[in-house]
Ligand binder design. Structure first.
Ligand SMILES: [Zn+2]
Ligand SMILES: [Zn+2]
Length: 425
């Protein structure tokens, strides 16, 4: 029989990498606390309608990338391709509007999209997702942007810069859309085939096309800021003022757009890295009409999502550390079978005391046990032979120096607790 492998485009996060993820989660969890955001765990599948209405029928995600299936009772379900729609669904379903507003929520977990796999892009990918639901204040936009910046600052990412724009609202966007179409109409023949297809359905998306001819055409396109209504203009000014106030480095990018009606006002991305090699490490914005699109009452909201794979990749590119990799602190090594029972007793005393400890279980010789202790990067080895058991001592070997000292069996646990504590500081 052929060996079964993981499906195309998904991967296992093995221990050599997962500890880096854990340290990113630690940083994230602390910042969530610092900003007053509370964690929720959302289901990984939802009714398909939530996404087709909550992301938009005409988006690539809904048209081509969703994992949609019928369950055994014939319901159409979809593996979540993103978290925002689910978060808003949960907010509405649990009546969070009656609590203090905005509801400040976050979650972390895998999202699934049927995309072409490539370096750093997988069909199951993890995201950190923060949402503030129930407030239309521009100060909340600023808070969300500041929170994302703070995550990347604490992780040590260099040259953080915010790209920000306003995408208007259902009042002013149609005006802009017409102006944009009028301009692009004059260059229709020169647009790439994809953009020609977008011209009627979603002309704003043409602004972020990467094809050089499209880019040079859109360089001269009208700017959304010249078409914002009074409310959107004031909101945008307040966001920019807030960003300046908190000392965030930002740049207005007129290409940053979203074509759907429930994305409103602020759209932003955070970039990191040297000029020319910048990476977008998160994206977000306001979605004041999303709750209505999925059948709820009007509920403003703003948030962002950041991909774990991308964060790790960017941190590695920038040569950043992830804190200390967890490892075994002590290994119990027995010199002969006569010491095995006492070795086992010591092993569990140390574990109970909170000292990360291991011991060979397969009857290896002493040399092989010592080698394994070295490979596990143990700081200390507790060496026990029949003679030590009789004497009531343990030979404690410090691996980095090779020095060895005899410690009374009664004192060994306390001694290692002390050393492990000191090593943690
Ligand atoms: Zn507007
Ligand atoms: Zn194009």
């Amino acid at each position: 029989m052929e060996n079964i492998k993981a499906p195309r485009g998904v991967r296992d996060i093995l221990p050599d990498e997962s500890w880096k993820w854990a340290s990113i989660f630690d940083v994230t969890r602390k910042i969530a606390e610092d900003f007053g955001y509370r964690e929720v765990h959302l289901p990984i599948f939802e009714q398909t309608e939530l996404f087709s209405r909550g992301i938009g029928e005409t988006t690539d995600v809904v048209e081509k990338e969703m994992y949609t299936f019928s369950d055994r009772s014939g319901r159409s379900l979809t593996l979540r391709p993103e978290a925002t729609a689910s978060m808003v669904r949960a907010y509405l379903e649990h009546g969070m509007a009656s609590g203090p507003q905005p509801s400040k929520l976050w979650c972390a977990g895998p999202m699934m999209r049927y995309e072409r796999p490539q370096k750093g892009r997988y069909r199951q990918f993890w995201q950190l997702d923060f949402e503030a639901i129930g407030s239309s204040s521009p100060l909340v936009d600023v808070e969300v942007i500041a929170l994302s910046l703070e995550i990347f600052r604490r992780l040590g990412l260099s040259n953080l810069e915010v790209l920000v724009n306003s995408v208007g609202c259902p009042v002013c966007r149609p005006v802009y859309r017409s102006a944009l179409q009028a301009y692009l109409g004059g260059h229709f023949e020169s647009l790439c085939p994809t953009c020609q297809g977008r011209y009627d359905r979603n002309p704003l998306r043409i602004l972020d096309c990467k094809v050089p001819t499209c880019r040079s055409i859109t360089d001269g396109a009208p700017d959304v800021r010249d078409h914002l209504c009074e409310e959107c203009r004031v909101h945008f000014d307040e966001v920019l003022k807030g960003l300046a106030l908190i000392g965030a480095k930002f740049r207005i990018d007129k290409r940053l757009v979203r074509g759907l009606d429930y994305y409103t006002k602020t759209a932003y991305e955070v970039l990191s890295g040297d000029l020319g090699a910048q990476n977008a490490v998160c994206g977000g914005g306001r979605y004041d009409n999303l709750a209505e699109a999925i059948g709820g009452p009007h509920t403003p909201g703003v948030g962002f999502a950041a991909g774990l794979d991308r964060i790790v990749l960017t941190m590695e590119q920038q040569g950043l550390g992830f804190g200390k990799e967890p490892s075994i602190f002590a290994t119990v090594v027995i010199a002969d079978e006569g010491a095995r029972d006492e070795g086992l007793r010591l092993l569990y005393e140390l574990r109970k005391a909170g000292v990360p400890t291991d011991m060979d279980a397969s009857g290896k010789g002493m040399k092989a046990q010592m080698k394994a202790a070295g490979a596990a990067k143990a700081a200390y080895v507790c060496l026990l032979g029949s003679s030590e058991v009789v004497k009531g001592v343990v030979a404690l070997k410090e691996m980095s120096t090779g020095t060895q000292a005899e410690i009374e069996r009664d004192r060994i646990v306390a001694e290692l607790v002390l050393k492990a504590g000191a090593a943690r500081c």
